[in-house]
Write a protein that binds this ligand. Structure first.
Ligand SMILES: O=C(O)c1cc(C(=O)O)c2c(n1)C(=O)C(=O)c1cc(C(=O)O)[nH]c1-2
Length: 235
């Protein structure tokens, strides 16, 4: 009989997921420039407009996870991510509205962001690939792909400090997205990690989850490659 590789222990699996932080976009040169205050106003605005495309696609990505997930308890908690970004109605808080506030705080018009004129082909392609992945892969893999958020709170803290220290021309109303997201990201990512650890129990499922998280790291990285290149071409 063919020998199958036994699954990793929970600790080993968790450590393997964590180790993929080595590929996270916090180490991308574009983020280094953003965080040291080196971006021009045009580059900062282009980053905000491109991230908008990522932000606005997140609820569709999460809806794909819901559509593929047969577990009512998981769906009940996961749907909160859609409420978070879309808002429950026009009066409450909404991540997407807060992102648009960041755009106006940086001197852009809402319409200029909403018409996606500044969205680079590479950013569109990478973002669409994430939504597609969530549609066609098992829900556990799409949840694993979201685990980049485990690595994001520290990055968002650094970004907030950078906005305050290096980009005073951006009105402080634009900081709110990150102010609120740091805590939400920790709680969402902790929940997602638990789902992956609980539901990916065979070696194959664990490997697929790790591959999904690596794929997502590459996808985020390529978004910043596109932004970095656009900045250099301009300069
Ligand atoms: O500002 C960032 O660096 C950053 C990173 C990430 C991430 O690592 O995927 C997300 C966010 N922000 C974010 O705001 C957010 O809502 C979010 C959702 C997800 C996801 O994959 O479901 N990632 C992220």
């Amino acid at each position: 009989m063919e020998k199958t590789t036994p699954p990793r222990t929970r600790q080993e699996f968790e450590a393997a997921l964590e180790a993929l932080s080595a590929h996270y976009w916090d180490k991308h040169p574009f983020h280094s420039r953003l965080h040291t205050g080196a971006l021009t106003q045009d580059e900062m605005r282009r980053w905000i407009a491109n991230r908008w495309y990522y932000q606005k696609c997140l609820p569709q990505k999460d809806a794909a996870i819901l559509a593929n997930c047969p577990d009512v308890k998981v769906r009940r908690r996961w749907v909160e991510r859609i409420h978070y970004q879309d808002g429950r109605d026009d009066t409450g808080s909404s991540g997407l509205e807060e992102w648009l506030t960041l755009a106006t705080a940086a001197g852009m018009k809402r319409a200029d962001v909403l018409d996606e004129r500044l969205v680079l082909p590479g950013v569109r392609f990478a973002t669409d690939a994430y939504v597609h992945f969530a549609r066609v892969r098992p829900w556990t893999e799409a949840v694993a792909a979201s685990l980049t958020e485990l690595f994001s709170p520290e990055l968002m803290r650094t970004r907030l400090t950078a906005l305050r220290d290096h980009y005073p021309w951006i009105h402080s109303s634009g900081h709110r997205y990150f102010d609120r997201r740091i805590e939400a990201a920790s709680s969402d990512a902790t929940h997602a990690r638990e789902l992956v650890l609980e539901n990916c129990t065979t070696r194959e499922q664990q490997d697929a989850a790790l591959a999904a998280l690596e794929f997502k790291c590459g996808l985020l990285w390529s978004m910043l490659d596109a932004l970095d290149r656009a900045g250099h071409e301009e300069g």
